[in-house]
Write a protein that binds this ligand. Structure first.
Ligand code: GLN
Length: 488
């Protein structure tokens, strides 16, 4: 069997080769499964592998080619799915003990769309427990390791998806982003990641963390592939009332055109003391590149940026405390043994089933929502959220996109911030505001630090202007393809 090196081919090249019968979809799926078998011992990027269903899905694609039918834009392409996105008949654990044996009876809408598009789901990726974290260390199944430096974190919470792409095991993966969980691990692993506008992609079958912020999105190593995957998963869904009933733009045609006239905002609050010097320099260089190509640089201010961390951690934890009330040991998931009464069944199931970061969020959120504190914390945080949203509205009256760093620091050593939640939360300083504002954001790889760690730059756009992000990113990739190279 011909050896297929997935790190060298884009998803669209794979699809074309399958259509042209130069490769069989089954060979491509085997290559992905082989890469996972070889690399997962080191990376811990996958919680489970879907070998048989993947080979069956691939065989169906080959049969279609044999019948002379035209393949869809990503048909036959392997994809990894974060383990908080429901897959019928296959475990969906959220990297938590409490869901370690949970097998959903239904597919999430995004997974249904992947299957309808003929994509081949090869496995479910590791993550921070319930997507709470910035490092992919809080998983019940152990930390994910960064393919660029194995002793370092991948970022989080979609660290498994980012590592799977960075290691060249899959050209595309799905992640979820509540406060940065696609963009930040994409940045730290040197791949492309896009958080769509809140409401662009259905959340039906995404295990809820903070429902007013959660959004599913694609990660990949080629911008055009990320655009194609976004195309597949976007759109209205009667199962999710927050999935916007707006037409889905064509994200793939003529990608990267017309960038030269764009006005790019540079927010002063995103260049702060204490941030990594190489990240600052790399971000400046990217801005300079766009300016040389004809874009206009506009200095601007997003004055409420400073309050985003405090407000986010109250809003997100409050919603989490409510969403996670369903894990009671009765309906599904883990149940403690030998509890004498109903109350101790609940209490012990939850004490044993959740990890410490999840418990911290539940307590924080329960406190912020409790009577007497609601106005002081939750309501105030919601007001701050409005101010942050208005910052973006004002900014986008002047500019087409915003350009800034993804994270103030590159991937840090595993364990370094594990016992210091505040330091961990501070890593989210540049990703949380866009989540609070509901605007789309994208991370693209732009270079490496002096220590060889990937650097990501973040692009932000007005609501539902994902196309602007993809155009800017594709334009960049065309000029600097080597910045998107995977680990050698
Ligand atoms: N790091 C943030 C948190 O811990 C965001 C996580 C996410 O986007 N899922 O809540």
């Amino acid at each position: 069997m011909a050896h297929v090196d997935l790190s060298k081919k884009s998803a669209s090249e794979l699809r074309r080769a399958i259509q042209a019968r130069e490769l069989r979809a089954v060979e491509v799926a085997e290559a992905a499964l082989q890469c996972i078998a070889e690399r997962n011992g080191q990376l811990n990027a996958f919680i489970s592998v879907c070998r048989q269903p993947a080979l069956e899905a691939a065989a169906a694609v080959d049969a279609k080619v044999a019948r002379g039918e035209e393949l869809g834009i990503l048909e036959g392409v392997p994809v990894a799915v974060k383990d908080n996105i429901c897959t019928a008949g296959h475990p969906t654990t959220c990297a938590s003990r409490i869901l370690a044996n949970f097998v959903p009876p239904y597919d999430s809408t995004v997974v249904r769309r992947l299957r309808q598009a003929g994509m081949v789901i090869v496995g479910k990726t590791n993550m921070d427990e319930f997507a709470m974290g910035s490092s992919s260390e809080t998983s019940y199944f152990g930390a994910v390791h960064n393919p660029w430096a194995l002793e370092r974190i991948t970022g989080g919470s979609s660290g498994g998806s980012a590592a799977a792409v960075a290691a060249g095991c899959v050209p595309l993966a799905l992640g979820s982003d509540t406060g940065g969980s696609i963009r930040q691990p994409a940045g730290m692993c040197g791949v492309v990641g896009l958080k769509p506008t809140y409401g662009r992609v259905s959340r039906f079958g995404l295990v809820a963390f903070a429902s007013s912020l959660d959004q599913i999105g694609p990660l990949g190593h080629h911008v055009e592939d990320v655009a194609a995957l976004l195309q597949i998963i976007s759109g209205h869904d009667p199962h999710d009332s927050t999935a916007a009933d707006l037409p889905v733009e064509d994200y793939t045609r003529n990608l990267g055109r017309g960038v030269e006239r764009l006005r790019l905002g540079v927010p002063k609050e995103y260049f702060i003391e204490g941030m990594d010097a190489d990240i600052r320099a790399a971000t400046e260089a990217v801005i300079q590149f766009y300016v040389e190509q004809g874009c206009r640089r506009v200095e601007l201010s997003l004055p409420h940026t400073d309050y985003a961390i405090a407000a986010y951690y109250i809003v997100a934890s409050s919603e989490a405390s409510s969403n996670l009330a369903r894990y009671d040991g009765v309906r599904y998931g883990y149940r403690t043994q030998g509890a004498g009464d109903l109350y101790s069944l609940y209490a012990r199931t939850r004490a044993e089933g959740f990890g410490s970061e999840v418990k911290r969020r539940i307590m924080l959120g329960t406190f912020a929502l409790s009577s007497g504190y609601y106005d002081a914390y939750y309501r105030k945080a919601q007001k701050v959220r409005t101010l942050i949203r208005q910052d973006f509205e004002r900014a986008f009256a002047q500019v087409d996109a915003i350009i800034c760093p993804v994270s103030p620091i590159p991937a840090f050593p595993i364990g370094e911030k594990f016992d210091d939640p505040l330091q961990m939360y501070l890593c989210d300083v540049f990703t949380l505001p866009a989540s609070m504002g509901g605007v789309p954001g994208m991370s693209i790889p732009v270079g490496r630090t002096r220590h060889g760690l990937p650097i990501g730059v973040q692009l932000l756009a007005p609501h539902f202007k994902e196309r602007t992000l993809l155009d800017l990113a594709a334009f960049y990739q065309r000029h600097f393809p080597e910045a998107f190279d995977l680990v050698k």
